[in-house]
Unconditional design. Structure first.
Length: 383
């Protein structure tokens, strides 16, 4: 799928008369390798900053002055994604992301030139002259020499050079205002057995069967499978939606947002995977206990979010839904207190107050005036 996407991107660049399409496409392929299986539909400014200002300075061994080429490649790539319907918000949002990428040229150049930002592997290669012209044997010998020089240093100097790469990340924790007492294991197991999401994921796996289902060229389930799964999993998606006298034919399962979200959760949790243009169940998933499966699905939902993943791709609602998704763990944490109970309306009111605080009154007047806050909380709870 990645190869096909890069090939299409290369053709698109050639059609636009871009200089050196192959090199630009190569940088895009590198970005996709870094991003792995994360969806491109919700690509945002933070993703570009992490790649261009975080990963590249640590891992990418190119002259600092070539940072401009990498940033320009990313600008072209995000505009390609928006122009071809692969990104929420379309071309307008893609242009904003492209401007972000271009704006990172100078910061990336500075970071690429600073050895303090290099990762361990890049640090070993740094300073080896003529690296680009070396044969594999010469490169291996040069790297071995660099490692021998490092190992000959006193222990404290070796540690000073390498310990920075192994420091555990700092995890911010928030102290709960009550003593948390874990429920009995039997209660947890019973809750996992009653949970709807694990049951739907299992039903999806059963439908796929051992050999899986063939995917389309864009990596989606075929429409016939989508129709069957919408009914089987009761996703609530409407196929061939009718508005008045007009029927809007469903062209792709990508339009079935609830089903697409469920598949994405299953992929990210490791319950299914894409292999050779097929969606297949992962055997290892069946070996997990019901509690393990439910826990991994819950963690995936919290990390991906619900509202932001199933949004319409409008910039304002993307920001609003990201905010509400990030707040889920906070109101869930309050339910960990002994005998805790909370009314649905209280959660809705909490979300309303957060939205009012974070956005201008004019921007959210329409959203808050209707039942959108209650509907969004309901959508989150349904998952």
């Amino acid at each position: 799928m990645v190869d096909a996407l890069i090939e299409e991107f290369t053709d698109w660049l050639e059609g636009r008369g871009a200089p050196d399409p192959v090199t630009l496409a190569g940088h895009a392929a590198m970005f996709l390798d870094w991003r792995e299986s994360a969806p491109l539909t919700n690509l945002n400014d933070d993703d570009l900053r992490e790649f261009l200002l975080g990963w590249c300075p640590r891992k990418l061994s190119i002259p600092a002055e070539e940072s401009q080429e990498v940033c320009e490649a990313m600008a072209e790539f995000v505009f390609f994604l928006g122009s071809t319907g692969r990104m929420k918000g379309g071309p307008e949002r893609a242009r904003n992301l492209a401007r972000t990428a271009i704006g990172l040229i100078d910061p990336m150049t500075i970071r690429m030139a600073d050895p303090a930002n290099f990762g361990m592997a890049k640090s070993l290669f740094a300073g080896i002259s003529g690296l680009e012209e070396m044969s594999q044997e010469e490169l291996t010998a040069a790297l071995q020499q660099r490692m021998d020089e490092h190992n000959a240093l006193p222990l404290d100097q070796r540690r000073a050079a390498t310990d920075q790469f192994f420091e555990p990340p700092m995890i911010e924790t928030i102290e709960l205002p009550f003593l948390y007492v874990p429920p009995p294991p039997a209660d947890v197991e019973a809750a996992a057995d009653r949970a709807v999401l694990p049951a739907k994921v299992q039903a999806l796996r059963d439908y796929l069967g051992e050999t899986g289902k063939v995917l389309t060229a864009t990596g989606n389930l075929k429409l016939a499978d989508g129709r069957a799964l919408v009914e089987l999993l009761d996703t609530g998606d409407e196929i061939d939606e009718k508005i008045g006298e007009k029927t809007f034919r469903t062209q792709s399962t990508a339009e079935l947002r609830q089903l697409a979200y469920l598949v994405e959760i299953a992929l990210e949790s490791g319950a299914v995977r894409r292999v050779n243009k097929r969606l297949v169940p992962v055997k290892r998933w069946a070996k997990k206990s019901a509690v393990q499966q439910a826990t991994e699905l819950f963690q995936t939902v919290v990390e991906l979010g619900v509202l932001s993943e199933m949004g319409a791709g409008m910039s304002f609602y993307d920001d609003l839904h990201n905010l509400l998704d990030e707040g889920v763990v906070h109101w869930l944490a309050a339910l960990l207190a002994p005998e805790a109970r909370v009314d649905f309306d209280d959660i809705v009111d909490l979300n309303r107050s957060v939205v009012e605080y974070q956005f201008s009154a004019a921007a959210v007047e329409y959203y808050l005036s209707g039942d959108s806050p209650a509907r969004d909380v309901g959508r989150t709870m349904e998952i």
